[in-house]
Each structure stands twice: as structure tokens, then as C-alpha cells.
Design a protein around this ligand. Structure first.
Ligand SMILES: [Zn+2]
Ligand SMILES: [Zn+2]
Ligand SMILES: [Zn+2]
Ligand SMILES: [Zn+2]
Length: 492
């Protein structure tokens, strides 16, 4: 629910349908509203997860209904109570799979069922906040997901679980549409990501350069929505529905496929992505030009070298195919652990150095991962890193921060985490130069002011996260580190 005195209005236009507008000047970091989920639960194709805490389970089932539950405490979880009675009454049990870690469609019915049961409990809220939601029914009917939902969710709930008299098939399919179009992915207490519908947040329109951020509190999955930057009264509030560091073709394909619209925001319309170059390639035929899309809003538009004398050109289809191949290769690196995780990423960066602009989204995601790994992975601990690798970590953090400044400006979680990552190598490099006699004590004190500023901002931004979440914990560590560093400077 919105706050009593709200700092936003709901507006309506042809392009966005309903959207949110600031009705007063908002400062960066200012809380705009909080919202409770109408329902939350597993994402489609989840492996068996506990229906109380969403941690993966290996064969433990609820003693009443026979669906995945990790233990007695979760069996009594309020979120599970209503569906537990439904399954127990219908005697419909979860079918134990051969592989408990593999994704399965069995849990696809849970979140829609919770939506339906929440509608029964609170018909007023349903009418006020869920009824007006967009479901893109006509477009969805063309997709394979519609037919899958028809079997795994609609048929399963109405026939198998004998709920047909309480909820008609059309309503169940509509709930599937509301979830597909409006649900957001959120972290669960068990660490696994789940989905939730926040009616107010869902009204915020999308932009690939968002001006609001949202944080999920772990206790009851309440969402807090804040201004990321100063927002003038009358401006639309924009959330980014996709990964901000992805290149334009990847973002636009995702938005069209899963959110049913072709984004034409200023970032998508600009071949250089506002100068961030997240989708720019290097030209293999000349040294002077880079390859940009002629018209990024047209999926058929060719990509061309900017050097007029070169004239190199490639089709949009070839470009997308190449991106998909490299992305699949990069995704495989997620499975690596330890020193390999770092070394293989560096090797991949080297391999594609001559293909992509240094800030291309594919390379930047690798650099973002490396910025966090240096100083944390065993064998690459922060006090074992030679100056050269400390400098590498500094370079990677600054590159990500500079890019965020363009595509996701302001006080974002990602910025807070990168500022925290950056403070350590800056601090270690200053101390290392002091030990080597390259700088005197006054200069050292001066150089240590930067990590203090970085920690101060990191703790301010991350202090807004749930204190029990990884980001919230990092925020608290940043605050303590800043105090220790200040004390150590005073003792110099
Ligand atoms: Zn549990
Ligand atoms: Zn149960
Ligand atoms: Zn866009
Ligand atoms: Zn060229």
C-alpha cells in the first residue's frame, strides 16, 4: 500500500498505460513508497524448494500435504498454510523427482494458487490494485508458455486440485498473465530467488536509465522504493525491468519477449548507448572505426563501421548470433570456482579484446565479476595481491562505476557495492607506497581520505538494505571499516 501522504501520483498515457509521476521534488535516496506483495512464491521451472523459506530441499515433504518443506518450522509458515489445506483436501501430492536439483514445472502452480487464495482473502485489494493490471493476453496466447500454463497451472489447479468451482479457468490464466507481466524477481531468506507481485511498484514504467531503486526487506518481503537521483516534481518514475549493464539488443529482446513492449527510451535509441558503448564493437577491418547499429530501434537495421573509408557492415542477425554464442561461453564461467574463476575470466577478456569495445556489456559483466573476485578468492586475498593486481582491481571498479554513472546514475545497490570494493585496493596501494618510502606520512594521510569517502558513501547507500541481507551486512562492515580507518589515521 502507498503511504498516507504520497509523493507520487498515478498518471496515464497511450505509451505506458498507467505510470507513476513524482508530485514533489525528490532527493537522491529519499523513500517514495513501500509496498507489500500481493503474493510471492517460486519462479517458473524452479527445482524443488521449501515452500516456507525457499531453500532447496532433498526429499523432505510436508507431513500434512506432501509438498516440499524443509522442516517443522516451515510447515507452519503462514505463506504455506492456505495451499497446504488445498493440497491436503484434494490429496494431491508432490511427485518426487529422480533429480532433486533439476528444474521442474511442478512448483509452477504455487504462486498462481497463492494469488488466487489472496484474492479470496482480500477481494477489495484485488479489485483496486490487481484488476487494472496489464496481462497482454492476446500476445501471450501466441507463446508456448500459454499452453504450458494451461496444463501445469490452469488444468492442474481447476481439475486436479478440484478448485474449478472456486476459480474459473479464465481467471487462473489471467493470474498467470499478471505474474508473467508484473512479477519481479526477489531474493528469498533461503538465498534462492523467487517472484512477487507488488501492485504499486508494477505501475512504475520502464526505462533503461532508471531513476528509482527498490530494496526487499527479508522479513515479510516488503519493498521500499527510493529515488536513485534527484527527481523533479512532475517527472515520471522509471524502474529498469532488465539488467542495466546488458547491451541494447539483449535488453530489447528480453523486454519484447517477456514484458511485451519494444523499448524506445533515449538509451535504446542512441547507437552509443549515451556514450557508454555497452553494445559497441571494434572493427576488424580498420583501426579507426568502431561498429555501431545504424538504428537500434529497428531490429533489422545493419551494423556499420563509423569510419567512412572502411565501409564494413554486418547484418543484425549475424550480430545477434555472435552475441548469443559469446554470451553462452561467458555464462559457463559461472560454474568455475577458486583461482580458475579469475584466470578463465581474464583469459576470456583477452580472447575478445579485439572484438568488443572495452565497455561492451559482455566484457563489462566479466569485469564486474572480477572487480569483486580480486581480494576475495583464495590465492587472490586482498593482502596477497601484488600492486599490479591491486591496480587491476582499482581499474575494474572504476570502469564499472563510470559506466553506472551513465546508465544507472545515483545511489544504487551496485554502486554501493563497487565503492566498497574500490576502497580496499586504494587503501592497500597507499600503504604499500608508504612502506616502500615512495610517499611520506602527510601524503599517506591525504591518500587515505579517498577510501574514507568511498566507505562513507558505500555505508550510506548499503545502510538502506535489509541488515540481514549480504548487501546490508557489507554496508555495516563499510561503516565499521570507515571508523577504524579514521582512528588509524588519527593515530599516525
Ligand atoms: Zn524451509
Ligand atoms: Zn503442507
Ligand atoms: Zn530502453
Ligand atoms: Zn572499419
Amino acid at each position: 500500500m502507498a503511504q498516507d501522504v504520497s509523493s507520487y501520483d498515478i498518471a496515464r498515457n497511450e505509451k505506458f498505460g498507467r505510470y507513476l509521476v513524482a508530485n514533489k521534488d525528490l532527493e537522491a535516496g529519499e523513500l517514495i513508497f513501500t509496498d507489500k506483495p500481493f503474493a510471492f512464491g517460486p519462479k517458473p521451472d524452479s527445482p524443488p524448494l521449501c515452500l516456507g523459506c525457499y531453500c532447496p530441499v532433498q526429499g523432505t515433504l510436508c507431513s500434512r500435504c506432501g509438498w516440499p518443506i524443509c522442516g517443522a518450522e516451515c510447515e507452519a509458515a503462514p505463506a504455506h498454510a492456505a495451499e497446504c489445506s488445498v493440497f491436503a483436501a484434494a490429496k494431491v501430492r508432490f511427485q518426487p523427482p529422480d533429480d532433486w536439483t533439476a528444474s521442474s514445472p511442478q512448483l509452477d502452480c504455487i504462486t498462481p494458487l497463492r494469488m488466487l487464495l489472496a484474492k479470496e482473502r482480500d477481494p477489495e485489494r484485488w479489485k483496486r490494485e490487481l484488476e487494472p493490471m496489464e496481462t497482454h493476453a492476446a500476445a501471450r496466447q501466441e507463446r508456448p508458455a500459454w499452453a504450458a500454463d494451461q496444463v501445469n497451472v490452469v488444468g492442474f489447479l481447476t481439475d486436479h486440485c478440484r478448485l474449478g468451482a472456486r476459480f474459473d479457468k479464465e481467471l487462473v490464466q489471467r493470474v498467470c498473465g499478471i505474474l508473467e507481466v508484473n512479477a519481479v524477481e526477489i531474493p528469498s531468506r533461503g538465498g534462492f530467488s523467487i517472484r512477487a507481485v507488488y501492485p504499486q511498484l508494477a505501475i512504475a514504467a520502464h526505462s533503461c536509465v532508471p531513476n528509482i531503486v527498490h530494496t526487499i526487506l527479508q522479513n515479510d518481503y516488503e519493498v521500499q522504493v527510493r529515488a536513485a537521483v534527484g527527481i523533479p516534481s512532475g517527472a515520471a518514475l522509471h524502474l529498469c525491468y532488465t539488467h542495466v549493464l546488458s547491451p541494447t539488443p539483449t535488453r530489447r529482446d528480453y523486454l519484447l519477449e517477456s514484458k511485451f513492449f519494444a523499448c524506445d527510451c533515449p538509451r535504446c535509441a542512441d547507437p552509443t548507448e549515451l556514450g557508454s558503448h555497452l553494445s559497441t564493437l571494434k572493427c576488424s577491418k580498420c583501426d579507426n572505426g568502431v561498429i555501431l547499429c545504424n538504428n537500434p530501434l529497428d531490429n533489422e537495421s545493419p551494423w556499420q563501421c563509423t569510419d567512412k573509408n572502411c565501409g564494413f557492415q554486418t547484418s543484425s542477425a549475424a550480430m545477434r548470433k555472435m552475441l548469443a554464442v559469446v554470451q553462452a561461453e561467458v555464462d559457463q564461467l559461472d560454474a568455475l570456482e577458486g583461482t580458475q574463476a579469475i584466470e578463465m575470466r581474464e583469459a576470456t577478456l583477452k580472447k575478445y579484446k579485439s572484438v568488443f569495445h572495452p565497455r561492451h556489456g559482455v566484457l563489462l559483466s566479466l569485469k564486474h565479476a572480477l572487480a569483486t573476485m580480486y581480494g576475495r578468492v583464495e590465492g587472490y586475498g586482498i593482502d596477497e595481491l601484488p600492486d599490479l593486481l591491486l591496480e587491476r582491481k582499482v581499474e575494474l571498479c572504476r570502469l564499472v562505476l563510470d559506466t553506472l554513472q551513465i546508465v544507472a546514475p545515483g545511489e544504487t545497490r551496485m554502486r554501493g557495492l563497487m565503492l566498497y570494493e574500490l576502497h580496499a585496493p586504494v587503501m592497500f596501494l597507499a600503504r604499500s607506497e608508504f612502506s616502500a618510502g615512495l610517499i611520506d606520512q602527510d601524503k599517506l594521510k591525504e591518500r587515505l581520505q579517498e577510501p574514507i569517502r568511498l566507505l562513507a558513501e558505500a555505508s550510506k547507500i548499503l545502510g538502506r538494505e535489509d541488515p540481514q541481507s549480504p548487501e546490508g551486512i557489507t554496508g555495516e562492515i563499510a561503516r565499521q571499516s570507515m571508523e577504524q580507518l579514521q582512528a588509524s589515521i588519527e593515530a599516525l
